[in-house]
Design a binder for this molecule. Structure first.
Ligand SMILES: Nc1ncnc2c1ncn2[C@@H]1O[C@H](COP(=O)(O)OP(=O)(O)OP(=O)(O)O)[C@@H](O)[C@H]1O
Length: 206
């Protein structure tokens, strides 16, 4: 499903992440690592918002050669999402849904699944951290992604949202969607059956 070859990302700070070869088959994959290990760096490279050396392929789709087609198939919810504060979630949904060609009925189902209808017309500036997190998670499910990357998805959201999120991940897996998930929340990790677990440490992944 996802193949990474000869990957190298170096920051001016001296940090570097190097992956000779990594192949992730279909399924749900957990990426672990301490603060600053390089999880977000890897995720940002995979979604095409971070430069790197090497090759990343989603099935036969090469990120460097077909960036637009690749990005349509890969969705991402950042650990700490940031959006223009004057926009509402409703407006963000319209924007992302258009870019990702999300079907109308999917949008309605996701709104109810994440329980955002009460606040989605308000500007982002008024959102609590949980409202912001739910917004970014909802946006990550829009369209027909082959891979959804969720960076720390279990933080700040309430119990019922968390249960809904886990059910949605499991449902999407049955529909052929793959996941890369990072989390420091070990109590929630146990609620998902991961197909593989990888740890980033000292600039390498195992
Ligand atoms: N834009 C950047 N410029 C320079 N250094 C960066 C940049 N982004 C991240 N880093 C550095 O890269 C390293 C890896 O950071 P990254 O955010 O990928 O870690 P992480 O595993 O996601 O951490 P956390 O669990 O704290 O979210 C850190 O040393 C960080 O300081």
């Amino acid at each position: 499903m996802l193949e990474i070859q000869h990957f190298l990302k170096k920051y001016s700070t001296g940090f570097q992440l190097e992956i000779d070869s990594l192949l992730l088959n279909e399924g749900i994959h957990l990426i672990q690592g301490q603060n600053g290990a390089g999880k977000s760096t890897l995720f940002k490279a995979i979604v095409g918002i971070q430069t790197f050396q090497g090759e990343i392929l989603l099935d036969d789709l090469n990120l460097e050669k077909k960036p637009l087609a690749f990005r349509k198939k890969v969705n991402y919810a950042e650990a700490e999402p940031l959006y223009p504060e004057f926009l509402s979630l409703s407006e963000l949904i319209l924007f992302v849904a258009k870019a990702k060609e999300a079907p109308r009925d999917q949008i309605e189902r996701l709104k109810s699944s994440f329980g955002v209808t009460e606040f989605m017309e308000q500007p982002v500036a008024t959102y609590s951290s949980g409202m912001l997190k739910k917004s970014s998670l909802l946006l990550a499910f829009l369209g027909q992604p082959k891979l959804i990357i969720l960076d720390e998805p279990f933080t700040t959201i309430d119990k019922s949202s968390l249960e809904n999120l886990i059910e949605l991940i499991k449902l999407k897996k049955t529909e052929g969607v793959n996941f890369l998930i990072s989390s420091h929340q070990t109590e929630f990790i146990n609620l998902i059956s991961f197909d593989s677990v990888h740890t980033i440490s000292k600039g390498r992944i195992q």
